[in-house]
Design a protein around this ligand. Structure first.
Ligand code: GLN
Length: 546
């Protein structure tokens, strides 16, 4: 056995959306539960330098890491499964690779050589893959290659994998995720697409070691034999991956299929300790056997594509399980809310979350929703733009300032209760220039926030340009909305709440990014508790009336 870092590549064939991210995270979880240190990286073949400038409709949520990288939403799955932070190094795009190669060329680093895809781009890719391994802290680096084998744009990545397999023989392994579709007309599962996608990899010089076959039906021994024989993989390395009712089942399904054992065997690594998955199992048990259900509204403008709010919905799953409660999310399009229909849309909800976002579309509906929630004592959690809307609503309807607004939407408003941060005033470029990543926050005693966190000093992740305007803080506090959390260095308001209300909290940061299976986020846990209390209150008052 060698002590060097092992590199596991996860490629995808036949179609996109097979769940490479979940398979990577599940494999990592199993290796971690055997005592290994593992990290997961995603290589994305698009030319954007990062997904920060992408519209959520294009690519779902932009996930933010501790070090302020704007990354692919799969990194959220990695953190939720492994409970360890990722960083900028865990997500690399073609844009970033080219940017770095072009910067080096301009600096003259290539000493007059012609700069080419091979070797310069592929060298840069290999370097980015090995940055994580070279730290010496991880025994395994799992690298998920975005896209589908056969795409023109993923060719340099597959070539980099081919080179690494050759250069680091014995330390690298390829897991290929494919689809075995069921043809109902024929009543059969079909392996040909898998054979073709393995052929596509072989043409590029890569022989996968393990095949994970997504399927709606049991593969059976005969089909597994056939896939093994036609794709040159050992029989034990044909892994069935059946559709699961929750992504959190997948590590256990992969354990049953011995994915981790097969891989450790092929990499000549000891099996380690027997996997410790008791906590995971107890989470799954709670998730699947809730004692109660509570319905919470999610008001946002991207609700047609639910992946836009991935970390929020997962945080509800974690918080629900920890409360033995199923959180049913009602998706409400902020553009559809008006003063006429708001009661109809929200009155039976036990809590409402107003989502983050950018720009004008849907703002009026968010503000209308918050007015209704505040006046009707429904638990409220506002995140980032959701918090900013709560501040605007309070200014307009409680302080009596109808012109109050955020400068993001009305630059010249007379009452800029939300304004551009000082450090943002000279910013011109849109990409990577927001206030990003983890910042400390000091929580005041005797507040809901303190009850939630149980401590004074916390750290949360940010992604915004605008903030609460401290010029108006005393007006707000006198009127009943307080700042319960502040950035200790800059005095920025990070948490607002209304003590008079049963549970009304707005946060400038994104708690959803830090919720994991092992550590459900306290804000979500407490918010769900408040929603459960609301349910009990509503039920007992309707019993009294009947
Ligand atoms: N658009 C707001 C800002 O930039 C809020 C951002 C967000 O919700 N992530 O401050």
């Amino acid at each position: 056995m060698s002590n060097s870092t092992k590199y596991i590549f996860v490629t995808g064939g036949v179609t996109s959306s097979l769940g490479k991210g979940i398979i990577s995270a599940s494999l990592a979880k199993l290796l971690q539960s055997r005592g290994y240190s593992v990290t997961i990286q995603k290589l994305d073949p698009y030319i954007n330098v990062d997904p920060g400038t992408l519209n959520p409709y294009e690519h779902g949520e932009c996930y933010v890491t501790e070090d302020g990288a704007e990354t692919d939403l799969d990194l959220g799955h990695y953190e939720r499964f492994l409970n360890t932070p990722t960083s900028q190094a865990n997500n690399v795009t073609t844009g970033r690779i080219y940017q770095s190669v072009i910067d080096k060329e301009r600096r003259g680093d290539y000493l007059g050589k012609t700069v080419q895809v091979i070797p310069h781009i592929t060298d840069e890719i290999k370097e980015r893959i090995q940055i994580l391994g070279n730290k010496g802290t991880h025994e395994f680096v799992i690298t998920e290659i975005g896209g589908t084998v056969g795409d023109i744009e993923s060719l340099p990545y597959v070539e980099a994998v081919r080179q690494m397999l050759w250069e680091k023989e014995g330390d690298c392994l390829v897991v290929h995720l494919t689809l075995v579709p069921y043809l109902s007309a024929a009543g059969e599962l079909k392996t040909k697409p898998t054979q073709h996608s393995v052929k596509a990899l072989l043409e590029l010089g890569v022989q996968p070691h393990v095949l994970v076959c997504r399927t709606e039906h049991e593969l059976g021994d005969e089909l597994k034999d056939k896939v093994a024989k036609f794709c040159n993989v050992s029989r034990s390395a044909v892994i069935e991956s059946r559709d699961a009712s929750t992504i959190y089942d997948v590590p256990l399904l992969m354990k049953e299929e011995r994915l981790d054992e097969v891989i450790l065997g092929k990499l000549n690594m000891p099996l380690g300790t027997e996997p410790d998955i008791n906590e995971w199992q107890s989470f799954l048990h709670k998730l699947k056997n809730p004692e109660k259900e509570v319905e919470i509204g999610l008001v946002g403008k991207y609700v047609e594509l639910r992946d836009s709010y991935k970390s929020i919905t997962e945080a509800f799953i974690h918080a629900g399980a920890s409360n033995n409660c199923k959180v049913k999310v009602r998706w409400i399009h902020s553009e559809s809310i008006t003063s006429d229909n708001v009661a109809n849309k929200l009155n039976d909800l036990k809590g409402v979350l107003v989502a983050p976002g950018f720009g004008t579309r849907g703002i009026a509906g968010k503000i209308e929703a918050i007015r209704y929630i505040r006046e009707n004592q429904i638990p409220f959690l506002g995140i980032c733009l959701g918090m900013q809307c709560a501040v605007i609503e309070y200014a307009r309807n409680v302080l009596g300032w109808p012109e109050a607004h955020t400068m993001e939407i009305e630059e010249n408003t007379n009452k800029p209760v939300i304004h551009l941060m000082n450090e943002q005033r000279s910013v011109v470029d849109k990409g990577g220039t927001m206030r990003l990543g983890a910042y400390p926050c000091q929580v005041n005693n005797d507040t809901t926030a303190f009850e939630v966190y149980g401590k004074e000093n916390i750290s949360e992740r940010h992604r915004h340009r605008y903030e609460f305007n401290n010029e108006y803080l005393s007006d707000f506090e006198e009127a009943g909305m307080i700042a319960s959390g502040m950035n200790p260095e800059k005095g920025l308001v990070e948490i607002v709440e209304i003590p008079e209300h049963p549970w009304f909290v707005g946060v400038q940061f994104h708690p959803e990014y830090k919720s994991t299976v092992d550590n459900p986020h306290p804000l979500f846990v407490n918010f769900v508790q408040a929603a459960i209390k609301q349910q009990v209150k509503v039920m007992s008052s309707s019993e009294l009336q009947s």
